[in-house]
Write a protein that binds this ligand. Structure first.
Ligand code: FAD
Ligand code: NAD
Length: 471
């Protein structure tokens, strides 16, 4: 072991939370060390999450569109073949480019990068088992825990990443399974179901609740999404629970039951994806050594300045409270460094967008209708369908709508929900509007270029306080 050197900031975990905090810390003049065990930076998001899944979503959509949606556009294609190996290679190339890019940014900003597994030795010291062998220690005036999350396992169904897979196996299957069953109709479930269905699998999604989309999606939008995805060939079994499962021969059997207590049924498939949520990851960190506390769901308990019970040990990202999203982790990373350096920082948790990258995309920010009802908040609804938007019509992509919720008295925007082409890009406008406390009339009186999908956004705003022109 080398002599412990005192740094201004030591970060355990080089995911989005950790790497962004490291770069921001260095930019603020702090001496920073970031410890990551994976061998590459970027965490779940860059290596096995956001980036590889979006590569597969983008290219499988293109393949599916070429197969099924070219004739009406006046394009005649010949023999279309899937080269799954190349599809995976394209994904791996994107991942490698981005993770190396973060490593370059570390060098550029003078962040020390230790490849290894960190654990608390004491309140100021992290012991690191280096990936290349050996051990070192690094001491920090401030320490940030940014160790992220892992897939929640399904009891009794062992994940082997071949037949029973988490998202990590689902982004790396070596052949297109004939049949795929997805446990959990949340974001991971629906994104991966879309990918493999487009590539030729028969996909069944088993969801415990009566609606798909996971937490946060507006119920009306979730219903519309289910209808569209069903048309694309996905089979949904909602209000259905998986009781047990086992791998027998080259099939995986799942015993399912209606959540209301109905008839039991067995589904057999080549591959089962377990996508029932993610849980915080703190294994082997030695939190008990220093007395950092976890809540009943395993999340590190922090205050508003991201401090654990030990004030110089802070925590951000998936391993603590809030939505498990990369951009939420990134916001926290900037704010936590500002708290350390300046004593103040800011994240608006009411204004974090969510995007599901299916086709069409689903995106939202702020509150859903069911949230507002539950809270007893009065609201007005305005919506506008893409079938009445000129650009969507021109592009022959008319499914979906923009829906806005606003305060009936002040007209202040409360939530925006979009299902439609490019919803993930369009939600940025809703997020900005919400962050600035805009009214629906503010949006409606803002000139939007023609012909764009964003005009549907403007017209939904018009519909909220008055009437849209094109409906
Ligand atoms: P992580 O990214 O999990 O990073 C934590 C890192 O810490 C890991 O690399 C881990 O190896 C390391 N680590 C843990 N313990 C130690 C230790 N003791 N020593 C050293 N290193 C350690 N979010 C979005 O916003 N958009 C998306 O499109 C999206 N798509 C996703 C798709 C999938 C399939 C999945 C699984 C997730 C997706 N997410 C998406 C969620 C996103 O990946 C996470 O919210 C984000 O990665 C959280 O960042 P983090 O830094 O907190 O944790
Ligand atoms: P999720 O919480 O979004 O959805 C899990 C779904 O599984 C829920 O609908 C839940 O009701 C259902 N479920 C739970 N237990 C079940 C059971 N026993 N049987 C049947 N259904 C069950 O979780 P996820 O889809 O695993 O995603 C994990 C996290 O990763 C989320 O926080 C998500 O935000 C993040 N993520 C984000 C993106 C994105 O931003 N595009 C993409 C992928 C993942």
């Amino acid at each position: 072991a080398t002599e412990a050197e005192q740094k201004d900031l030591v970060i355990v975990g080089g995911g989005v939370a950790g790497y962004v905090a490291a770069i921001k810390g260095a930019q603020e003049g702090l001496k920073v060390t970031c410890i990551e065990k994976r061998g590459t930076l970027g965490g779940t998001c860059l290596n096995v999450g956001c980036i590889p899944s979006k590569s597969l979503l983008n290219n499988s959509h293109l393949y599916h569109q070429i197969l099924h949606d070219t004739k009406q556009r006046g394009i005649e294609v010949g023999d279309v073949k899937l080269n799954l190996g190349q599809l995976m290679k394209a994904k791996d190339t994107s991942v490698a480019g981005l993770t190396k890019g973060v490593e370059f940014l570390f060098k550029k900003n003078g962040v020390e990068y230790l490849k290894g597994t960190g654990a608390f030795q004491d309140e100021h010291t992290i012991k690191v088992q280096l990936n290349d062998g050996g051990e070192t220690t690094v001491a920090g005036k401030n320490i940030i825990i940014a160790t992220g999350s892992e897939a929640t396992p399904f009891p009794g169904l062992e994940i082997d990443e071949k037949r029973v897979v988490s998202s990590t196996g689902a982004i790396a299957l070596e052949k297109v399974p004939e049949t795929l069953t997805v446990i959990g109709g949340g974001i991971i479930g629906l994104e991966m179901a879309s990918v493999w269905s487009r590539l030729g699998s028969k996909v069944t999604v088993v969801e415990y609740l009566d609606a798909i989309g996971g937490p946060g999606m507006d119920a009306e939008i979730a219903k519309a999404t289910q209808k569209i995805l069903k048309k694309q060939g996905l089979i949904f079994k909602t209000q259905t629970k998986v009781i047990s499962g086992d791998v027998s021969g080259d099939k995986v059997k799942l015993n399912i039951d209606s959540a209301k207590g109905g008839k039991e049924e067995t589904i057999e498939s080549d591959v089962v994806l377990v996508a029932i949520g993610r849980r915080p990851f703190t294994g082997g960190l030695g939190l008990e050594e220093v007395g950092v506390e976890l809540d009943e769901r395993g999340r590190v308990i922090i205050d508003q300045e991201y401090r654990t019970k030990i004030p110089h040990i802070r925590c951000i990202g998936d391993v603590t409270f809030g939505p498990m999203l990369a951009h939420k982790a990134e916001e926290e990373a900037v704010a936590v460094v500002e708290y350390i350096k300046k004593g103040y920082g800011h994240v608006n948790y009411g204004c974090i967008p969510s995007v599901m990258y299916t086709f069409p995309e689903v995106a939202w920010v702020g509150q859903s209708e069911q949230d507002l009802k539950k809270a007893g908040v009065k609201y007005r609804v305005g919506s506008f369908p893409f079938s009445a938007n000129s650009r969507a019509k021109t592009n022959l992509d008319t499914e979906g709508m923009v829906k806005m919720l606003a305060d009936p008295e002040t007209d202040r925007l409360l939530g925006v929900h979009i299902i439609g082409p490019n919803a993930g890009e369009m939600i940025a406008e809703g997020t900005l509007a919400l962050e600035y406390g805009a009214s629906s009339e503010d949006i409606a009186r803002t000139c939007h270029a023609h012909p764009t999908l964003a005009e549907a956004f403007k017209e939904a705003a018009m519909a909220t306080y008055s009437k849209p022109i094109h409906m």
